[in-house]
Design a protein around this ligand. Structure first.
Ligand code: PLP
Length: 388
């Protein structure tokens, strides 16, 4: 029942790791331990749980599950993905310098520049698809390299192993935001990263019904710092959300296969469409990061960004407002397909001039390809694009 996850395959760990039938009842599914506190037989004598801000049995099961999937020793769950990023940044000190991908989730950019820069942490945002930019940005104070790959929303690919090699020679920690790829497609710790960050709100949960984050690491030092943050700052997820995330990871491998198949088919369809200009999907041979993606990912994921030959914002709005199966909404990674406009939605917190610098145009459309029937997805995009 408690087999070593390293001896098992991904699909078995997805369903079983971190969990065992409830010892008091035999319940196969980990119960939702909806309790804030735990009885003590004498002061300080308890069964491992004292207060649910610090730890909770449903959360422990999820943390064990996520750690196993990422090949980590420790999993630490947070109330959201950004709460996990916040806790990592609080492990740094004023004067420290962070190098980050220049194309990244808008909320991460906002947290770095509006919250942590005023507290004295410096950030350099660089295009990491060119490794020389990483080397050039390193200073004596660089403490962390923050990698998103594939990046959100431009789908750029960063060579994780190469970045980790550079970081290693300078004693710099590397964190990879693995939200887009998931541990099923990409294992950053195996490639040399120190920490993996997840918005489990996305593919790990997989059903657009929770907000939850997680950090996985095999560094005891980082795990201790992060657990201290959970206890002290209190961004702990509730047991119901942990239960739903656990239910989500049980089907992660099955869902991801369908996300990848559907996205590949749609990317090929879009690439051939006369009204579509650029298709950004790392699974396409035409994608500049295709070879590196093929090296470090087992498949290419469910996210696509594209622009139309008519690059006006009105044309993009026509498509965004006329899909039927694809729902116009922020977020990604759920079983249902979503379409969105990064410039005004997920990435609006990045100033327009910064967006322009990295090529995030007002005409860019991002889709999270769900696991519906591919024929309906293709027909839906086709009829919306035809209206342009
Ligand atoms: N990282 C990436 C790549 C994301 O797309 C998001 C959210 O969209 C986050 C982190 C933040 O996660 P959450 O919304 O769970 O706080």
């Amino acid at each position: 029942m408690n087999a070593d996850p390293s001896t098992r395959h991904f699909g078995t760990n997805a369903i079983h790791a971190g969990q065992q039938p409830d010892p008091s009842t035999g319940a196969v599914m980990t119960p939702i331990y909806q309790s804030s506190t735990y009885v003590q037989s004498a002061p300080g004598e308890h069964q491992g749980y004292e207060y649910s801000r610090v730890s909770n049995p449903t959360r422990t099961a999820l943390e064990g599950n996520l750690a196993a999937l990422e090949g980590a020793t420790h999993g630490i769950a947070f109330a959201s993905g950004v709460a996990g990023i916040d806790a990592i940044m609080k492990g740094l000190r004023p004067g420290d310098h962070v190098i980050s991908t220049n194309d990244l989730y808008g909320g991460s950019f906002r947290l770095f520049t509006n919250v942590f820069e005023p507290f004295g942490i410096d950030f350099s945002f660089v295009d990491m698809s060119d490794l020389a930019n990483v080397e050039d940005a390193i200073t004596d104070d660089t403490a962390m390299i923050w990698v998103e790959t594939p990046t959100n929303p431009l789908m750029r690919i960063v060579d994780i192993e190469a970045v980790c090699d550079i970081a290693d020679t300078h004693g710099i920690d590397v964190t990879v935001d693995n939200t887009f790829a998931t541990p099923y497609l990409q294992q950053p710790l195996d490639l040399g990263a120190d920490m993996v960050l997840h918005s489990a709100t996305k593919y790990l949960g997989g059903h657009s019904d929770i907000i939850l984050g997680a950090v996985c690491t095999s560094s005891d030092e980082w795990a201790e710092k992060l657990r201290f943050q959970v206890k002290s700052a209190g961004a702990s997820p509730g047991p119901m959300d942990c239960f739903l995330a656990l239910r989500g990871t049980k089907t992660l491998h099955v869902r991801m296969d369908r996300h990848c198949d559907n996205a590949r088919a749609l990317a090929l369809f879009l690439e051939e469409h006369p009204k579509v200009d650029t298709v950004l999907y790392p699974g396409l041979q035409s994608h500049p990061g295709h070879d590196i993606a093929a090296k470090q990912m087992s498949d290419f994921g469910g996210m696509i960004a594209f622009t139309l030959t008519d690059d006006s914002i009105d044309a993009a709005k026509t498509v965004l407002s006329n899909t039927d199966v694809f729902l116009l909404a922020e977020s990604l990674g759920g079983v249902e397909s979503l379409i969105e406009h990064p410039a005004s939605m997920t990435h609006a917190s990045i100033p327009a001039e910064e967006r322009a610098k990295i090529g995030l145009t007002d005409s860019l459309i991002r889709v999270s390809v769900g696991i519906e029937d591919i024929n309906d997805l293709r027909a839906d995009l086709e009829q919306a694009i035809e209206r342009v």
